[in-house]
Write a new protein. Structure first.
Ligand SMILES: Nc1ncnc2c1ncn2[C@@H]1O[C@H](COP(=O)(O)OP(=O)(O)OP(=O)(O)O)[C@@H](O)[C@H]1O
Length: 222
């Protein structure tokens, strides 16, 4: 599903953010991506979304090699990949419902189909009763749940998250991680960049650890 072979990424500044990264995340697998600040986590996620392109090597997503992918196919790739950000990037001039509906409106889906999908996504994250509220009134954990609902509303086969619990306390972080597990349990391939080694080790899941752009560890932490 997500396949990196001998991937290097050098930015125009000359900085080599990733060096010879190799891993395969199969369909339906879930893993964490860790590493010190500047280790290359966000760069790796950007390569999967094709916000950046590898300098050498190959990134293949769901059978599609991204290096040679034509620009016009990028929106098609992005529909396959739901993304959750640390700061959730919600719009505070509209309701929870409208925030979650946004990707479907952009896709041009019919309003009655949008309503079904949005309510199903809000139900999964436990926020159906708050659909009319402005997200600014919600707690940090609830805002992150809205961000997750928006990321999964078009049912992408892949879910990426960049520090999704960065601003949350340990209890809320564990709840958010549980939510990712639930999506994984129904077949979604999940990759989560996180600094939270304690939480990751408690979850006993596969961990890809970057150190200065190289993959230093791949496996369940002992
Ligand atoms: N657009 C860019 N141009 C030049 N250098 C960049 C660019 N983006 C990132 N870098 C550099 O590449 C390296 C890896 O950055 P990246 O953001 O991938 O790390 P990270 O592991 O996500 O860090 P953090 O945990 O702090 O977000 C860093 O040294 C960073 O300064």
């Amino acid at each position: 599903m997500i396949h990196f072979s001998n991937v290097f990424k050098r930015y125009e500044s000359g900085h080599e953010a990733l060096q010879n990264v190799n891993f395969l995340l199969n369909e339906g697998e879930m893993a964490f991506l860790t590493g010190h600040s500047g280790a290359g986590k966000s760069t790796l996620l950007k390569l999967i979304m094709r916000m950046e392109v590898a300098t050498r090597g190959q990134v293949v997503i769901d059978g599609i090699p991204l290096n040679t992918m034509k620009k016009r196919y990028v929106p098609y790739l992005r529909r396959k990949v739901g993304v959750v950000f640390q700061d959730h990037q919600l719009l505070f001039d509209r309701s929870v419902y409208d925030n979650v509906a946004l990707p479907l409106i952009i896709e041009g889906m019919r309003p009655q189909d949008i309503a079904k999908r949005v309510r199903a996504a809000l139900d999964k994250v436990g926020l159906l009763s708050k659909e009319k509220m402005n997200p600014i009134l919600l707690s940090g954990g609830e805002q992150q749940r809205v961000g997750i609902a928006r990321a999964v509303v078009n049912k992408p086969p892949i879910l990426l998250a960049d520090e999704p619990t960065g601003n949350l306390d340990p209890q809320l972080s564990a709840e958010i991680m549980q939510l990712f597990r639930q999506f994984n349990a129904v077949g979604v391939t999940v990759l989560i960049a996180s600094h939270d080694i304690d939480l990751i080790s408690r979850m006993r899941m596969r961990m890809l650890a970057l150190r200065q752009g190289s993959l230093a560890h791949d496996g369940v932490m002992a």
